[in-house]
Ligand binder design. Sequence first.
Ligand SMILES: NC(=O)CC[C@H](N)C(=O)O
Length: 221
Amino acid sequence: MKTAVIVFPGSNCDRDIAVALEAVTGVKPAMVWHGETELPSGLGLIALPGGFSYGDYLRCGAIAARSPVVKAVIEAADKGMPVIGICNGFQVLTETGLLPGALMRNSGLNFVCRDVPLTVDNSQSIFTSGYRSGEQITIPVAHHDGNYFADAETLDRIEGEGRVAFRYAADINGSARNIAGVLNKAGNVLGMMPHPERRIEAAHGGTDGRRLFEGLLEAVA
Ligand SMILES: NC(=O)CC[C@H](N)C(=O)O
């Protein structure tokens, strides 16, 4: 499967996700600079990586969400292209409006950087088919703005529609209802604060992240 990784000034997990995608798909991803106006053809997945795009100024992801290439990402997502945003990529996706809610400063006001237990809320999506619903997995986080917020009506709606992909097993950053990852209504866009690309081989301490990419590859094949 051909994939693309969007690179913004300040991205710092673009190589990590590229390595993970190549390990699973066997194909080197196209690295697409934020100033591009078009995406490569024949893609099966677009990844928005973690990092500190544009220095996290204004709000994390707010400036990146207005970069030229993101217009093309939104158009592709609207046509059903699978898009994953990890950490800063999740922040960018909420800033585009492709995903509901916002990521605010962690409730403890600290940068949280450690492995965290997550529960898989819904394994019925292309991104979570490698897991079982209710399963507990371990994936690392590294962020200062991971405190997921949405109003109660939105939270009820996304929960009701099965759009919570992952939850923290315990509160780590103040996120509403411990939400760690959300899907769009059509199910082709996932945003998550934890970093599955940092848990793809035994040397990382486990392979729970790899299962996301393997499940996705199988689901879209
Ligand atoms: N690892 C990351 O992507 C960091 C995301 C973000 N800029 C934050 O610290 O909240």
